[in-house]
Ligand binder design. Sequence first.
Ligand SMILES: C[S@@+](CC[C@H](N)C(=O)[O-])C[C@H]1O[C@@H](n2cnc3c(N)ncnc32)[C@H](O)[C@@H]1O
Length: 207
Amino acid sequence: MARILKEYPSVSLRPEDLDGKIDFVRIFGRAGPVHIEVGTGKGTFLLNQAGAQPGDNFLGIEWARKYYRYAVDRIGRWGLTNVRIIRTDAASFLADFVPDNSVECFHIYFPDPWPKKRHHKRRFISPTNLEHLVRCLRRGGQLRIATDHTEYFEQIKKVLTARNEKLQEIDFLPTAGAQASEWVGTNFERKYLKDQRPIHTLALKKT
Ligand SMILES: C[S@@+](CC[C@H](N)C(=O)[O-])C[C@H]1O[C@@H](n2cnc3c(N)ncnc32)[C@H](O)[C@@H]1O
């Protein structure tokens, strides 16, 4: 039987409520380090990490309606007050709404690889989006990426190398929800580990 998904207005951040650059203190009702997850899927990372870091604020961005609704329902049922989720395209959201030097960490776990060459331009990690990721990170803030797709990972490293005067590679530490042999413990990581696919990770710090 299909699960009945509830709406939680305290969790949802509606694109139509945004007007210019975001004031995160207003959105979360308090100050605190801001983490942004691009492509939240069913919200597993947000549930575990926001639960483990109650002093930090977490914003998930997900454009697929069914995942967005699923994640909002889970966060709401768990009663987490330090998570917001917005249903929108992460690229335009970053460009239009996220202020400079405002983000503690971007989490990008298993971004869609768009394997066909003619679709590569749809990949999230691109020179333009990287400019915005770096702009939005505070100094010392982190960019964390995981993917199972070796060719996309190579392209990601190329894009990042071109920007390496601002980014320094650091150890990728497992997330709060990761179990033995996992890095991030998300639904896609679990699925890909079962398929015995390689998992590539990368963490960088803004200098
Ligand atoms: C492969 S899934 C990974 C989901 C989750 N991070 C995980 O590891 O289980 C990629 C997710 O990113 C979302 N997504 C892809 N491009 C996006 C974009 N530009 N803005 C927001 N969400 C996006 C997709 O709808 C999908 O839910």
